[in-house]
Design a protein around this ligand. Structure first.
Ligand SMILES: CC/C=C\C/C=C\C[C@@H](O)/C=C/C=C/C=C\[C@@H](O)CCCC(=O)O
Ligand code: ZN
Length: 614
């Protein structure tokens, strides 16, 4: 695409010339037409002399009219050619007034029923079956289909919103919410007001509506979900405050006020999403024993890295995710009072990273820590690489630069220095050099070019303290090496005696090993009852093992699992495994064709590529 922002090839907008500094959304939620209808006010600041146009991103948004708020005058605009990935360039002619460098404009519009940022669910697709549901997912470049905006993480805005919705629906946003008020003229509706006073990138603007209830789980936290699962959800996330406090002890005060958790319907395609004040999580985290809440720690840590200090474009996504993984593991270690836990978690993910880099991405361009995303949909490049290569670099630097205490101080200084800004990897590196100015020689020994732009595995793989994994390795070894007629040595207590994270590790190691015989798989099934586990991470790895062993009887279980939830990491991997097994491939394709209409569009698009359906 030509005409893109030189600092962000996924956006047309030019905040360097004329910048949106804050916005106000005034929208009516209509579940019948599946639209949000109303207007957005944009406060605009001219950054350079002689600039009279404001450039925005817009996707599938029929614009009705654009007004200058102060003078009521209608403004001219042009909507450029449409790109299926990036939408269109929306160019608004600002009123020529030499003395003014700030303007407020109002764009009247409505979203499309096919809006990529919005997922509309019919009542029968919800737990309660009585009311419809709506949720947005703006990361990476979908906010432009929610409202015309400068949809680049290189710009931040504060925002307010006034949302009108049917009275049975509770509306939430990634902001501080006031109690709803009755609509002045329509008794069937309520009006909600929100305020996010801290500047955020547009990919962090989120809206949800449904038959939602909440339970207080801490002095600044509620868990929200459909009423049918509120008790389970409140139990699972009851350690939110404790986790927040540990994160604060590492990173400094949590500035965002409220920290709520919303458990979405199973169609939500990610483990979690760090929307400020309102973390989204998948219901696949609800294991009944709080064993999968490390994702919550991850989302909490984004309150500093990602939401306060942000990657300036999607090529530098590792700044968001690598730092967050790194801090998340420290927080989880402290939460469980286990010093080696961060390294145990890292070692487990390093195995997954190797599989993805070598088997899936074939050491190709998306295995770079800083990929080249020109002309690329960020969704296509999204994978574990920026998370884990980023983590590995930070872990390596921590060891090199003097250990945990020294490096944790650096992390805090990094956030303090760049808070409320958007940066790239060079700014990060310059700050690292200036902070460790007495360790330049050490820093010069780092192979920066290879770390940043090299393909394949990281140039240095640390030797992690993996003592917590010893029982996992032993059990995995026993299963791999035992003879088929010597399986009485195994017992159901093999797994019940381990911590849940160790079970995950053990099953993960078995997945990486050569396939187990069918006799072993059947014995495992009988002993460990993994077909009926509530823990989605156990089940996921168990089903992978079954597919690897080509156990046909497991196929219905795999289909059940991939049809009952839409978490991309779990579903894509299992589809990929089924596709790789020739006998199961037609079943996988048929199942996809049958269910694609109910999937989140991000997952549907990815799967149609994975299954080579175009
Ligand atoms: C190199 C790729 C650059 C940018 C991609 C950015 C966004 C991609 C978009 O698809 C959104 C991703 C949202 C992710 C949210 C949470 C993840 O941390 C979840 C991780 C996977 C999981 O646990 O299910
Ligand atoms: Zn993250």
């Amino acid at each position: 695409m030509t005409d893109m922002n030189p600092d962000d090839s996924a956006s047309f907008s030019r905040p360097d010339e004329c910048r949106v500094t804050s916005l106000h959304l005034n929208l009516d939620v209509d579940f019948v037409s599946r639209t949000l209808c109303g207007f957005v006010d944009l406060a605009v600041k001219r950054m350079k002399d002689g600039v009279h146009n404001l450039i925005l991103d817009a996707q599938m948004i029929p614009i009705k009219k654009i007004l200058d708020v102060d003078y009521g005058q209608e403004l001219k605009f042009t909507l450029g050619e449409n790109s299926a990935i990036f939408g269109s360039k929306l160019e608004v002619q600002l009123p020529v007034s030499a003395s003014k460098c700030s303007h407020k404009i109002r764009v009247h519009y409505e979203t499309s029923p096919q809006c990529p940022a919005l997922q509309w669910l019919r009542p029968e697709q919800t737990l309660g079956k009585r009311h419809p549901y709506l949720f947005s997912q703006s990361q990476a470049i979908h906010a432009r289909s929610l409202f015309p905006c400068q949809d680049t993480p290189g710009n931040k805005v504060s925002y307010t919103a006034k949302i009108t919705a049917p009275k049975d629906i509770t509306i939430l946003m990634s902001a501080i919410r006031s109690e709803p008020e009755p609509h002045p003229s329509d008794g069937g509706k309520l009006v909600y007001q929100f305020e996010q006073k801290f500047p955020v990138c547009t990919y962090l603007i989120a809206i949800v509506g449904g038959d939602l209830v909440s339970s207080i789980v801490g002095p600044r936290s509620k868990v929200w979900t459909e009423r049918e699962m509120i008790e389970e959800a409140a139990y699972e996330f009851s350690e939110t405050e404790k986790t927040l406090q540990i994160a604060e002890s590492l990173m400094g005060p949590y500035i965002w006020g409220q920290y709520d958790v919303l458990v979405l319907p199973p169609i939500f395609p990610f483990g979690g999403m760090e929307n400020p004040c309102l973390t989204y999580v998948t219901p696949t985290l609800i294991a009944g024993d709080k064993s999968l809440v490390d994702i919550l720690a991850h989302e909490i840590c984004h309150s500093w890295t990602g939401n306060l200090v942000t990657n300036k474009n999607w090529e530098h996504f590792w700044l968001n995710e690598g730092h967050t993984e790194f801090i998340e593991r420290k927080v989880t270690g402290r939460l469980h009072n286990n010093k080696t836990l961060p390294q145990f978690m890292a070692a487990g993910k390093a195995v997954e990273l190797k599989e993805i880099i070598e088997e899936v991405l074939k050491n190709g361009p998306y295995t770079r820590m800083i990929p080249d995303l020109k002309g690329v949909d960020p969704n296509d490049a999204f994978c574990i690489v920026p998370y884990e290569k980023g983590f590995t670099l930070l872990f390596y630097l921590e060891t090199l630069l003097g250990g945990r205490e020294v490096f944790e101080k650096f992390l805090r200084a990094y956030v303090e220095n760049f808070k409320q800004q958007s940066i790239d990897s060079n700014q990060w590196k310059d700050f690292l050099y200036s902070y460790f100015h007495d360790k330049t020689e050490v820093l010069d020994s780092v192979e920066w070019e290879k770390w940043f732009y090299g393909q394949g595995m990281p140039p240095v793989m640390p030797k992690y303290d993996n003592s917590f994994a010893v029982p996992c390795k032993q059990l995995c070894q026993r299963w791999s090496t035992s003879a088929d007629n010597d399986l009485d040595q195994f017992d159901s207590s093999d797994l019940t005696s381990m911590a849940p994270l160790q079970v995950v590790e053990c099953l993960g190691l078995l997945v990486e090993d050569p396939p187990l015989s069918l006799i072993k798989i059947q014995k495992m099934n009988e002993l460990y009852k993994l077909n009926v586990t509530k823990n989605s991470e156990f089940k996921f790895r168990w089903l992978r093992l079954c597919i690897k062993a080509q156990w046909k009887e497991a196929i219905p279980k795999v289909l059940e699992f991939i049809n009952e939830q839409g978490r991309m990491r779990l579903v894509r991997t299992l589809y990929r495994d089924l596709y790789g097994w020739e006998d199961a491939r037609p079943t996988a394709i048929d199942n996809f064709k049958k269910h694609r209409g109910e999937m989140h569009h991000i997952l549907e698009t990815m799967l149609s590529t994975d299954l080579k359906l175009g």
